[in-house]
Design a protein around this ligand. Structure first.
Ligand code: FAD
Length: 284
């Protein structure tokens, strides 16, 4: 329960943090995942670079039809931001579903995304939102889609020396309906399965359906077969049921002490149905 010794620095400027990370330091954000891993000796960084005091990483702003969230924005700030709640309610709803109030007060969107826990909540929403992530190195900056970012359980396309600087999500058009529904692991709150649904309806037909899935397999994904099945439909109970049944298509379901693969697949269909019904009810 006692971590190995490590150096600690808390730079106030992003450039300085990047210099230290480029030299092998590991970013520390809310510490909600990294500190427990260090205590269990599953991680033993020699140098921690605390990015929590860098003001230029902590913001939520609207810009050109998007919301931009600095990496150290806490789950609580996402959940409670009037801007996020009105312009991207799916993200606020997802943040509110994470863990407990202590975790939401400390944990950050950048930390959660970088950690890439296969049972984390944000990835489902970020897939459904077709979010973009800005990755910054000491001398470079690149933007990747959420779909490309998550590679495996706890593995992403982040290169050594890079940090997540910003998360970009779209401002929802008026009339869009969204919902995040999950089966929470009772002790931790992590998603045994979590489904984010996002759709629009016009002329009595559903269009632009996006469904993000987390918890089911090694990494989050978009359930494109299910999306296609619902596009152009009115959204009757049987049409939603048929689409939800496709949400596990092509995915390799995880089996662990919390849930078997069969049970997770079953949960995914149930929660996809709930998320689609709720999103449709909110689409006006
Ligand atoms: P840290 O723990 O500080 O860092 C995590 C990892 O990300 C480290 O490898 C670190 O080096 C790296 N990192 C951090 N920031 C950056 C960055 N900007 N760029 C690059 N790398 C970075 N999560 C859920 O989704 N749903 C839950 O229900 C849930 N329940 C939880 C319950 C408990 C009791 C606890 C302790 C955690 C829970 N979590 C849950 C995890 C929580 O959301 C964490 O906040 C999150 O996983 C990590 O964010 P952090 O800011 O604490 O990152």
């Amino acid at each position: 329960m006692i971590p190995q010794t490590f150096e600690y620095s808390a730079p106030k400027a992003l450039d300085e943090a990047l210099r230290l990370v480029n030299q092998g330091g590991q970013p520390l954000a809310g510490g909600m995942s990294l500190i427990p891993m260090m205590k269990l000796r599953l991680a033993a960084p020699e140098q921690l670079v605390d990015i929590g005091r860098i003001k230029e990483l902590n913001y939520i702003r609207e810009e050109g039809g998007t919301l931009r969230l600095g990496a150290t924005t806490t789950h609580y700030d996402v959940e409670s931001s009037p801007l996020v709640r009105s312009k991207c309610p799916l993200l606020a709803e997802t943040a509110a579903a994470i863990g407990d109030v202590q975790v939401r007060n400390m944990g950050t969107i950048g930390g959660s995304v970088a950690h890439a826990d296969p049972a984390a909540d944000y990835p489902a929403a970020l897939q459904a939102l077709e979010a973009k992530l800005v990755l910054k190195g000491a001398k470079s900056e690149r933007t990747v889609t959420a779909a490309d970012f998550f590679v495996e359980a706890f593995a992403t396309v982040l290169e050594p020396g890079e940090i997540i600087r910003e998360v970009i999500v779209p401002v929802e058009p008026s009339g869009a309906g969204t919902s995040y529904q999950k089966m929470a692991q009772p002790a931790s709150g992590f998603a045994m399965v979590g489904i984010a649904a996002r759709l629009q309806r016009s002329g009595g037909k559903i269009h632009s359906v996006r469904i993000g899935v987390t918890g089911l397999s090694n990494h989050s994904y978009r359930a494109m077969e299910a999306e296609r099945a619902l596009e152009g439909k009115a959204g009757s109970a049987s049409e939603i049921q048929n689409a939800a049944a496709l949400v596990t298509e092509g995915a390799d379901a995880n089996s662990d002490l919390h849930a078997s693969a069969d049970y997770r697949r079953h949960l995914a269909v149930v929660y996809a149905t709930r998320a689609l019904v709720a999103a449709l009810a909110r689409a006006v």
